[in-house]
Write a protein that binds this ligand. Structure first.
Ligand code: DC
Length: 214
């Protein structure tokens, strides 16, 4: 493995912020795999596809062209970077990500991007299914309430109507779905370093990760 660091964890655990900072410090690339599932969800909504229709999802996966350019993500030629960050797309991405046809469709894209090396890759299954052989694997966690507070702060930037109780409920449902699906569920593997960030500042989490790097 050529310097692949994986960071998995539930919604709001701080994976995104931490991974970006860590990649910056190391001069590595950063791959947000959740954005790929969100991009698929965006297309599913755009085409008014039933997210439980496996045949239709299969067609979408055959056709879709996802490209990443710096911090922008494109579906076909549309820049969807902002549109994929809503609560609605978060929910839909969790539903479509449970479908094996969607996971299979995104597998090689993630492998290709990661195999270039010098990369921090974050998601739900990056250390279990995408890069099980990575030498540095982390599992980032935080209490449900703290994760909901973080997500709520992000959401209110886009949607002033977002509510904290609804955010807690959404995260609880998303955790349950992401951890209980059959296909590559979110799970801490024995060879991952576990970090609970509930009471840690961002720079403290980054420092802990840097300390553990092999
Ligand atoms: O991290 P996020 O909220 O952007 O991820 C959106 C959804 O995508 C999440 O609810 C589950 C799914 N996902 C996944 O199944 N596997 C990954 N490696 C990353 C995200």
């Amino acid at each position: 493995m050529k310097n692949v660091i994986t960071i998995d964890g539930p919604s709001g655990s701080g994976k995104g912020t931490i991974s970006k900072l860590l990649a910056g410090k190391l001069g590595y690339n950063y791959l947000d795999t959740g954005a790929l599932y969100r991009a698929v969800a965006w297309k599913v909504r755009e085409e008014k596809t039933d997210p439980d229709n496996e045949e239709a999802l299969k067609r979408i996966m055959e056709d879709i062209k996802i490209t990443i350019n710096g911090d922008r993500i494109f579906v076909d030629r549309t820049d969807v970077s902002a549109d994929i960050r809503t609560a609605e797309i978060g929910e839909l991405s969790s539903r479509v990500s449970a479908k094996p046809v969607v996971r299979a469709g995104l597998f090689s894209l993630q492998r290709e991007m990661g195999l270039k090396g010098n990369v921090v890759i974050e998601g739900r299954d990056t250390g279990t299914a995408i890069f099980p052989e990575a030498e540095n694997k982390f599992y980032l966690d935080a209490s449900l309430e703290e994760r909901a507070r973080r997500r709520y702060r992000e959401l209110t930037l886009l949607d002033p109507e977002a509510s904290i109780s609804q955010t807690i409920e959404d995260i609880r449902n998303r955790d349950a779905r992401d951890s209980s699906r059959e296909s590559s569920p979110l799970k801490k593997a024995d060879d991952m370093i576990y970090i609970d960030s509930t009471h840690l500042r961002i720079d403290e989490v980054v420092a802990k990760i840097l300390d553990h790097l092999k």
